[in-house]
Design a protein around this ligand. Structure first.
Ligand SMILES: Cc1cc2nc3c(=O)[nH]c(=O)nc-3n(C[C@H](O)[C@H](O)[C@H](O)COP(=O)(O)OP(=O)(O)OC[C@H]3O[C@@H](n4cnc5c(N)ncnc54)[C@H](O)[C@@H]3O)c2cc1C
Length: 291
């Protein structure tokens, strides 16, 4: 509660221009239908959205402006020069500028980018649509919720009133054998009342973690840029960074330089140690959370 009160006090001090509330235990139980939490801060500026639909809408918008998108053609290397060339296994594209935005999935430009971002898995389950009574009991305000752990659990309702519940599966960094088996007990700990509800979907992916949690952007040379490492908060931040990258390519460097000059810690050997590094990192944050 002390941390939440400090957070609310900081919002006040900074004259946060949107509505927010500090909830005590009773109010939190009443609004979220769970006794798991001591309290919460709600900020009504924030929202939640369907990220795949956002992506598909942006694809349509980009294509209407003449952008061509080539799926299933991973870039295997970049040939640098006055006009850089990106190579795939069966083709190549020449460009004026290249932006590397492959998150924690690509291994391009290792000399500059290895050890900068490391992958950590995050996974989600989705229940069947919930009854109106259940929705009213557990989330009548349709809020998106996360806990305060470093390696956090997060949940919200979809538009068709499924509970989407996400978090880590394990501390080993390995792909889980069953996402449902790992996440369901975590959801039931918060919401035992969902015990008879069917789980209809499960999925996950890698989050690109940078140690100081500030997106890592920069330039490998004059015309090849990179932008990655949103540490699990990229849905919003990628859009801000997209504008900054577009400005940089067209010659306005002010915000780009601000971020590019941030000091980032590298984890030596993370490309070879992979899972062991993640396991160690997860263990560190787990101990912090338990303390
Ligand atoms: C389960 C889960 C839940 C999440 N929940 C949230 C959330 O609630 N809020 C939030 O803000 N963020 C969330 N995130 C994080 C968010 O998804 C990421 O921060 C965001 O997608 C990063 O955007 P990006 O464009 O950098 O990378 P991505 O969206 O991962 O896109 C990278 C793209 O690069 C492509 N690529 C990779 N290598 C190559 C290559 N060699 N050649 C060509 N293409 C390549 C990939 O195929 C992919 O399409 C979540 C992530 C996961 C996995």
């Amino acid at each position: 509660m002390r941390a939440l009160k400090d957070y609310a006090a900081e919002l006040e001090m900074r004259k946060f221009p949107y509505e927010y509330e500090l909830w005590d235990r009773e109010k939190t139980c009443q609004m979220l239908g769970t006794e798991a939490y001591l309290g919460g801060v709600v900020t009504y500026r924030d929202g939640h959205l369907h990220p795949l639909n956002l992506c598909l809408g942006e694809v349509r918008a980009a294509q209407s402006l003449g952008v061509q998108i080539f799926e299933k053609s991973p870039v295997t290397r970049i040939e640098h020069g006055e006009k850089p060339r990106v190579h795939t296994s069966s083709g190549q594209v020449e460009a004026y500028s290249v932006v590397l935005a492959g998150n924690a999935y690509h291994q391009l430009e290792p000399k500059h980018l290895s050890n900068l971002t490391f992958p950590a898995g995050s996974y989600i389950i989705a229940t069947e649509p919930l009854s109106d009574e259940m929705v009213n009991e557990i989330n009548p305000q349709d809020l998106a919720i996360c806990d305060m752990n470093e390696i956090l659990d997060y949940f919200r309702l979809s538009a068709d009133k499924r509970m989407l519940y996400g978090g880590r599966c394990n501390y080993s960094g390995r792909e889980p054998a069953s996402i449902k088996a790992a996440i369901l007990p975590r959801m039931l700990k918060i919401y035992p009342q969902l015990r008879d509800v069917k789980i209809e979907y499960e999925w996950g992916g890698n989050i690109g973690i940078v140690l100081n949690r500030i997106p890592a952007l920069g330039r490998i040379n004059n015309n090849v840029y990179y932008c990655q490492g949103y540490s699990g908060h990229g849905v919003n931040a990628t859009h801000i960074m997209g504008e900054i990258m577009a400005d940089a390519i067209t010659g306005t460097m002010e915000k780009f330089d601000l971020f590019a000059n941030m000091k980032h810690f590298r984890i030596p050997g993370s490309q070879w140690l992979g899972n062991q590094i993640i396991a160690l990192g997860m263990l560190y944050y787990r101990i912090k959370d338990l303390l």
